[in-house]
Ligand binder design. Sequence first.
Ligand SMILES: O=P(O)(O)OC[C@H]1O[C@@](CO)(OP(=O)(O)O)[C@@H](O)[C@@H]1O
Length: 492
Amino acid sequence: MPPPPPPTSAPQENGQAEQYKPNLRKVPQGDFMRPATRTRMSSHSKKTNGVGVQVEETRICVVMVGLPARGKSLIAQKVVRYLDWLSINAKCFNVGSYRRTATPQPAASFFDFSNTEGERLRKAAAEAAVNDMCQWFRSPGHLIAVLDATNSTKSRRRWIKERCDSEGIETLFVESKCDDEELIMANIKEVKTTSPDYVGQDPEEAAKDFRERIKMYERVYETLDEDEADMTYCKIIDVGSQVIINRIQDYLQSRVVYYLMNLHIKPRSIWISRHGESEYNLSGQIGGDADLSPRGAQYAKLLPGLVSKSAGDRPLTVWTSTLKRTAQTAHNLPYEKLSWKALDELDSGVCDGMTYAQIEAKYPQDFAARDEDKYNYRYLGGESYRDVVIRLEPIIMELERSENILIVTHQAVLRCIYAYFMGVSQEQSPWMEVPLHCLIKLTPHAYKTEEERMSADVPAVSTWREKGSKAEHAQTPGPSARASPMIGAMSK
Ligand SMILES: O=P(O)(O)OC[C@H]1O[C@@](CO)(OP(=O)(O)O)[C@@H](O)[C@@H]1O
């Protein structure tokens, strides 16, 4: 596999982190009215989707291929969540859920290809899913669908390609081919406990039945090969140890393939925590590069115990931002550490160091505009949540390549990372309450990401403000704090 391009924000060894300087540069007002990032437009069908992601006007059906227990559903869900997070409208069509309406919990023999009734019902489910998908593509802006099924024979794949061709939809076949017994077993364990096919069943019986089902598919399974050289495909062998790509045609396809090349389906968890309470949190000031408060330092002392209780002796790497409060919080953690500029807090520009009450008094229009559309509001000389998502993309890519990672970061950044894993909408994510002194464990599964929250017994202020609520920490505005015209803008 070719090495991936380097992240745009290179990690630095802890201790050598570059000094944080709040971004207070003056930018002409007009700059804020443009899209967040401008990208090159070519003469034909390219345009940006508002987060600086250049998308084609083509529509793509990503067709999953592979035996059961090869992580297809996990990959399918992840691709959709990733694209949604980047504001590219995507949807997963899971053929299994269409099949379940007719046969909710079939025995393994249903999947025997010589079982004509089973075969008929399975084909009907695939047709229903493909019909719905074609219908979905007819709406403007619907760009990528993922067809999640085994699609294990060449004839089934040819049928899907012809159907999509007739609708003007491109196809990208993605095969997960894996013979690693340990991984297959982990997936069987996962499926028997989380698949709707086995709800309420004895786990051992479910595992036995599922193994039988896999055998049925193995009898007819055909891997993607030179017979399908006319197709666009990406074949991921043994969880990315080898990737074969064929006939990738355009930007959006290569973007999906690049993401797929970074994915692995090994079981792992990600821990995220905000830094301990800072001196700025205590005074209600935003941004800056303050030290931890005494209670924040207490959290830093307790964090190693909290982490080892949750992660046991699993090897971990800790990622922090380049700001003092995250480095101080991670200081006592006995793991390898990397600090990333891309994990720094949302840049609040000219409002850096102010309290919400001061911002409301000095820039009332901006305060209201941010409440109205917090995801897109960009501070003058600073950032919006949409901007933060763009700069976090290399972090997400690196996270996908990694195994167990603990990220110590900031409120806004944590909301964006959390939204990626949990599929939280752009409307909701900037308003999520993420308390201080709380460790969150996220474990991705095929059908959902499991979340566990562990609070340290150390009180902290709340920095959460509800949409539309009056700003607290009110301080008498000084003479310069009289209301002025709006200074920030929308980054949509
Ligand atoms: O987008 P909002 O809700 O303002 O939250 C982001 C803010 O959170 C804060 C705390 O209020 O982050 P941090 O966790 O780094 O202290 C501010 O610095 C930052 O501007």
